[in-house]
Design a protein around this ligand. Structure first.
Ligand code: ATP
Ligand code: MG
Length: 565
């Protein structure tokens, strides 16, 4: 058994598939991921992608990528390209099975003619408002349209003329003739085609009528021989319509729909409409802003695809809606990066330290392992000399009892280097601000250990004075201040966190990072995990985004800011 088979997740959908295979209802598994290209994919979609592609992988089956492109006004090729990029980045491959609902428009039209001929669809000439008014309520049946019993010939004629562009938007619709008294409002003669004089990103102006989602989706599944059509719970009430369409047409296969609970995460919005607003009104710097819950944003922020797949497995697949704390994803990420991210040093807010007893004309290269436990990750050297920088808040002139870092007269360890002792504090005479520390080092403590066994309580990070590289560091926090911004009806934009991005321009990184590549991830010791920004990285002006802090500091963030910011 391969590793993926032994570790295969178990959930109610996989149990249904197991049974279908056992009972011989299917001898293979074929799923699809069906995004509408009307926005970028977000972390919620990742759950659906991992489920659909994951099932195909686990059962030796196939998963199609199908663009559900039936709303010409809202869709475009930028979204198509972004979706493909993101699915690939997550680690999934649809091979040659890239499909579009719009490719089926001619076939869907033929199916509609078939329904009309069977007396199971009719052209309604009521307005959208009139149709809505007659739909009834959960307790009252709907009212049949006066056009419901139009003769087949008249329906065929009108529908063909709708297609030919003879009517204006909204003048007619094609409705399935099901049951105006059904307790399920989705079965009260739902519209299946509407007139839209809009240009489509793939079919151009060829079509004046467009099929609606419920009608299109089940037929696309059937055309593609999908065995298990997996979607989110809000479609549960639409399943009878899914079944009705397929039961009334001679389709090449008969798929079935299964519903699971969508992913909802705290402190984020996943509504596409709202995400579009954030981008179009400039509240963020684009779809791939590192604060966005989009896959493009999460990627730019520095999350690994492995951690997202791990997250999707851990949250599981159920029928109950639950809110998930993003801290869970952060923990998956920390586990992944702890293993894989090389260590390096950076100082965000530098304080100059002059080591008085270190010779002026000398410097040396100190070896530093790239990973504390994995020797295969090898090591680099860090130049050490008379001038170094440390983090400003690693020094306190008048420290409280629990402060174990540098203070006047105190000795600390410089990571991978020496013990140093603070001898003198130099201040700006006009402001009183500390501008420099004069220290001494103990040459016998090279590598960070004293031969006499004496201990120091603090170890701090540093960068060399002369050779460190100035870098721009972008620190991120939650985009929203409230846990459920998607659920807020009124002015949800007031919930935006004004401190969600802080750009630090004072930072220095160790010189070995000049060779970093865009998207390379590091653990900057004590500060967190960082990624070289995919787009803005430049070897002469490095830009790093903080992906996540080392510990789960969300809970503390609001009162203290993170310790090392
Ligand atoms: P809308 O239909 O409002 O444009 P959507 O979020 O449903 O937005 P789609 O492009 O239709 O976007 O989604 C593609 C697939 O991803 C669908 O099968 C949908 O059920 C699934 N999906 C969308 N959001 C989530 C989520 N939060 N959790 C899990 N699956 C999701
Ligand atoms: Mg949808």
């Amino acid at each position: 058994m391969s590793e993926s088979e032994t570790k295969r997740p178990v959930d109610f959908i996989r149990r249904i598939i197991d049974e279908d295979l056992r009972e011989g209802r299917h001898d293979h598994v074929h799923t699809r991921f069906p995004p509408e290209p009307n926005g970028y994919l977000h972390i919620g979609h990742a759950k659906s992608i991992c489920l659909n592609f994951g099932i195909a992988r686990d059962y030796g089956g196939k998963c199609n990528l199908r663009f559900d492109d039936t709303n010409p006004e809202k869709e475009n090729t930028e979204y198509v390209e972004a979706i493909k990029r993101d699915v690939r980045w997550l680690g999934f491959d649809w091979e040659d099975r890239e499909y579009y609902a719009s490719d089926y428009f001619p076939q869907l039209y033929e199916y509609a003619l078939d329904l009309i001929r069977q007396g199971k669809a009719y052209v309604d000439s009521l307005s959208a408002d009139e149709i809505r008014e007659r739909r009834g309520t959960l307790t009252e049946p709907g009212l049949p349209s006066p056009y419901r019993d139009r003769p087949v010939e008249e329906n065929l004629d009108l529908f063909q003329r709708m297609k030919a562009g003879e009517f204006a938007d909204g003048e007619h619709v094609l409705r399935a003739k099901i049951d105006m008294a059904s307790p399920n409002v989705n079965l009260r003669d739902p519209a299946i085609y509407r007139i839209r004089k809009a240009s489509h990103h793939r079919t151009g102006d060829a079509w004046k009528i467009y099929p609606l989602y419920d009608y299109t989706h089940c037929l696309s599944d059937a055309i593609e021989h999908i065995t298990h059509s997996i979607c989110t719970l809000e479609f549960e009430d639409h399943r009878p319509l899914y079944d009705w369409v397929l039961d009334n047409l001679a389709t090449p296969s008969r798929p079935h729909q299964y519903e699971f609970a969508r992913l909802v995460v705290d402190y984020a919005i996943l509504s596409k409409r709202r995400l579009i607003l954030l981008v179009s009104q400039g509240h963020v710097r684009g779809w791939d802003d590192p604060r966005m819950p989009t896959l493009a944003g999460i990627r730019r922020r520095g999350y690994t695809p492995e951690s997202i797949r791990d997250f999707c497995e851990r949250i599981g697949v159920t029928k109950n809606d639950t809110r998930i704390d993003m801290a869970l994803l952060d923990n998956c990420l920390r586990e992944d990066l702890d293993r894989r991210a090389p260590r390096a040093m950076m100082v965000l807010d530098p304080l100059k330290v002059v080591i008085e007893n270190y010779p002026e004309d000398r410097d040396e290269d100190l070896p530093a392992p790239n990973h504390p436990t994995d020797p295969a990750m090898s090591s680099r050297v860090i130049p050490f000399g008379r001038v170094i920088y440390i983090e400003r808040d690693d020094f306190m002139e008048d420290p409280p009892a629990k402060f174990h870092r540098l203070a006047p007269g105190r000795e600390v360890r410089l990571r991978y280097a020496y013990f140093i002792t603070c001898r003198e504090v130099v201040k700006d005479p006009s402001t009183g601000a500390v501008v420099e520390l004069r220290c001494t080092y103990d040459p016998a403590t090279k590598g960070g250990n004293a031969p006499d066994g004496r201990k120091v309580k603090g170890t701090i990070h540093w960068v060399p004075g002369g050779q460190a590289i100035a870098a721009e560091i972008r620190l991120y926090d939650r985009l929203f201040t409230a846990p459920n911004p998607d659920g807020v009806e009124g002015d949800w934009l007031t919930l935006l966190n004004p401190d969600s991005e802080r750009i630090v321009k004072t930072a220095f990184i160790e010189p070995s990072l000049k060779q970093a590549e865009p998207e390379a991830r590091y653990q900057f010791e004590r500060l967190g995990y960082f990624v070289a920004d995919r787009h803005d990285w430049d070897p002469t002006r490095p830009v790093f985004n903080r992906i996540v802090t080392l510990r789960d500091s969300w809970a503390k963030v609001k009162n203290t800011q993170t310790e090392n910011q």
